[in-house]
Design a protein around this ligand. Structure first.
Ligand code: MG
Length: 177
């Protein structure tokens, strides 16, 4: 089985970086709970919006992002049993390409470069399964589309769901070690 796995909000916690930089620049701390069903740039004052939207364009935004819980161990198990590809958009934000590559080397060195698809539009990708947090990627995928739960998508009921990585063991019949 060929399984395509997204990076941001599935393997790497980019929302944590938005919260961190927003607090750095404006002195206001948002919690993940406050972001349920929405995104930071929708709930902050309009005067701050342009600054926040520029964050991913800046050098360092995608560097050293925290890991999504249990992603390393479960993706390793999936990779041992299935054909795992990492599929991440990395063209919109210039520095994301190199920073994502380095991040994979550090945290997922077992994912061979041939299995890393750092791309533009994911709709060209083919596989049996796509695990992603964004509806716009899942809705154009021809295989089994699985929504990985992130704060912004908790209210979406249109897709099969993976709420966390531990649930993947049951979903993909991986024996618990
Ligand atoms: Mg994502």
């Amino acid at each position: 089985m060929r399984i395509l796995i997204d990076m941001d909000e599935v393997m790497a916690d980019a929302i944590a970086r938005f919260i961190e930089w927003y607090e750095r620049d404006f002195g206001i701390h948002y919690t993940e709970e406050q972001l349920h069903g929405t995104k930071l740039h929708y709930i902050i004052p309009e005067a701050h919006r342009a600054v926040v939207k520029q964050y991913p364009h800046q050098k360092g935004f995608f560097a050293n992002l925290p890991l999504i819980a249990n992603s390393q161990e479960i993706i390793r198990e999936l990779n041992d049993k299935h054909e795992v590809y990492i599929a991440s958009a990395a063209m919109e934000f210039k520095y994301s390409l190199g920073e994502k590559y380095d991040w994979l080397d550090e945290h997922f060195p077992f994912i061979h470069w041939k299995r890393r698809i750092l791309c533009g539009d994911k709709s060209v990708l083919k596989g049996d399964v796509l695990i992603d947090d964004h509806d716009f990627n899942l809705s154009v995928f021809s295989g089994r589309a699985i929504m990985f739960t992130a704060t912004h998508n908790v209210l979406d009921t249109r897709f099969e769901r993976l709420n966390n990585w531990l649930e993947a063991r049951k979903l993909f019949n991986i024996d618990t070690p």
